[in-house]
Design a protein around this ligand. Sequence first.
Ligand code: ATP
Length: 235
Amino acid sequence: MLTVENLHVSYGAIKALHGVNLEVPEGSIVTLIGANGAGKSTTLRALSGLVKTAAGSVKYKGREISKLSPNKIVETGLCHVPEGRMVFANLTVLENLKMGAYLQRDKKWIASQTDYVFGLFPRLKEREGQAAGTLSGGEQQMLAIGRALLSKPDFLMLDEPSLGIAPLLVKSIFERIVEINREQGLTVLLVEQNANLALDVSSYAYVLETGKVLLEGPSARLKADPKVQECYLGA
Ligand code: ATP
């Protein structure tokens, strides 16, 4: 569904990515793990058009998208939930969800998808009239995912959904990600510092180091790899 070849990204003189290759099959959950500064967020930003690619190709559903603007990329069904969540703090939970649906015209679909999100995250339903800025970190993460679902994506990119969230909520959010993948047939590309969790929910994984893919393979195999255990799993 998504094929990235030889992707290069620079921030001025800093080369953040040099020659990343990766593949995300339709319906799968694939994860990118790696240390701070390895280029994980930059990869997602490049895929969603938020940073310019210096070289390389990004093919999504067979179409080259690396030169498209971010809004054109959203229209193709690829949706990015950035690190730090970026909910609209002064808008209510429900208003945030509506913002996610700004490209959708089908009111029935919007209503049923909103119900689906509230079913997935009952805490959001309880807080639908509350200003998003007053939600806890975990609740804001739920809202960011819910808002993304209202853009009717078929490919979801999640940047560090566990960041700054209490462990119990993290577990629940990851269970919901697996549920969304199964129930809505959504393909997921997950960036995570919590490599243990990321390898548990994904089928295939890439380890990035200084802007390059250092290792790749089925998640279970990487989890059993002594080098991965030592460097990324705290063994
Ligand atoms: P983290 O887990 O810490 O977020 P990451 O793997 O997501 O790390 P990136 O945020 O993609 O890494 O950063 C990759 C490299 O690019 C780093 O060296 C970082 O300092 C640099 N970088 C990222 N954003 C910018 C920017 N806006 N301007 C300049 N350099 C940047």
